[in-house]
Ligand binder design. Structure first.
Ligand SMILES: Nc1ncnc2c1ncn2[C@@H]1O[C@H](COP(=O)(O)OP(=O)(O)OP(=O)(O)O)[C@@H](O)[C@H]1O
Ligand SMILES: [Mg+2]
Length: 309
């Protein structure tokens, strides 16, 4: 028999009034896997995370963590899971260490164990020197790392993180990524949401691409790219991007049956798997070719222009 999934979500639905924020989502996260839910604002990522964390009941379907149904075993699930919510939920008026100890108490550790674990996670996240600082004195990056540290207090086997690096500068983001990589090496199963394609590509073994409460596709990053944007991307930039020139380029691309999007000053032309993207011969166009990334996959999957929605 196959090993049971660490996270097993089946036909999950979450309704807010008439809105189906999660509209029949299924996915499995295997033990030790780092799995990403990737999608734009409003795709349903936080709604799924809140159900998994036991903070919000599903409208239909089921979600299991380590074989336990989150709706019927919320306490047991919470005991083996770490949660980092989109808003940190840290107490900003007490110190770093106090935040960890109070949380340890909340998850049922003795005072002594909570102290010991607080020291361990502080050391692990290189936060020991800031242990006595008040949280409101910390930078955004340090706060985010503290929120992740706090979620590790009870040595969870599964950790779910809602947008772990949103709002951080590039260096702090990399620091968070490094810490998540260490957790992965330690065998922790990680489920994270992001709308950063580079974050998903760097961290995740597999990704579920979400849009409007539905899963568009699930695969490893290279598989997604090969499947949906295999032949790379051509970026076309008009030397004189006035309205008639844009219109002429659109017509030429349409005549080739090209799949393309206008993103700012660029026309981004995708390719069907394996083939080169078609490029029309139009005067006054600079063409750059590059390998596809997950952003291109998302644009290909989610339909015409995210900005149009
Ligand atoms: N408590 C709520 N009441 C009503 N609607 C809600 C509630 N929570 C979420 N929604 C709606 O459900 C949809 C999905 O929201 P959700 O927060 O899950 O998206 P998300 O993918 O996490 O987006 P973001 O990237 O902006 O965090 C949105 O349309 C949102 O407005
Ligand atoms: Mg969200």
């Amino acid at each position: 028999m196959a090993e049971p999934a660490e996270v097993d979500v089946r036909d999950l639905v979450k309704c807010f009034g008439a809105l189906r924020a999660v509209d029949g989502v299924s996915f499995r996260v295997e033990p030790g896997e780092t799995y990403g839910l990737l999608g734009p604002n409003g795709a349903g990522k936080t709604s799924i995370m809140r159900i998994l964390a036991g903070l919000s009941p599903p409208s239909a379907g089921s979600a299991r963590v380590a074989g336990l149904d989150v709706a019927t075993h919320p306490r047991s699930v919470r005991a083996l899971m770490g949660v980092v919510t989109q808003a940190d939920g840290l107490d900003t008026e007490i110190s770093v260490r106090q935040n960890l100890e109070v949380f340890g108490d909340l998850v049922g550790l003795s005072r002594r164990d909570a102290r010991a674990r607080a020291d361990e996670v502080l050391a692990f996240f290189a936060l020991s020197a800031r242990a006595d600082a008040r949280v409101d004195e910390l930078s955004g990056g340090l706060r985010r790392r503290l929120a992740i540290a706090r979620a590790l207090i009870n040595r969870p086997r599964v950790i779910v993180l809602d947008e772990p690096s949103t709002g951080l500068d590039p260096e702090s983001r990399v620091k968070v990524w490094e810490e998540l990589a260490v957790l992965k090496d330690a065998g922790v199963t990680i489920l994270l949401t992001t709308h950063y394609m580079d974050e998903a590509e760097t961290l995740c073994d597999r990704i579920a691409m979400l849009h409007s409460g539905r899963v568009l596709d699930v695969a490893t990053p290279p598989e997604l790219i090969a499947r949906h944007a295999g032949g790379g991307v051509a970026e076309l930039r008009l030397e004189r991007p006035d309205a008639p020139a844009r219109q002429a380029l659109r017509a030429a691309l349409d005549a080739l049956g090209a799949r393309y999007r206008e993103v700012g000053a660029l026309f981004r032309v995708a390719a069907a798997s394996g083939e080169e993207p078609p490029v029309p011969s139009v005067a006054g166009v600079r063409v750059t070719r590059r390998a596809a990334n997950l952003e291109d996959v998302f644009l290909a999957l989610a339909g015409r222009g995210l900005a149009d929605e």
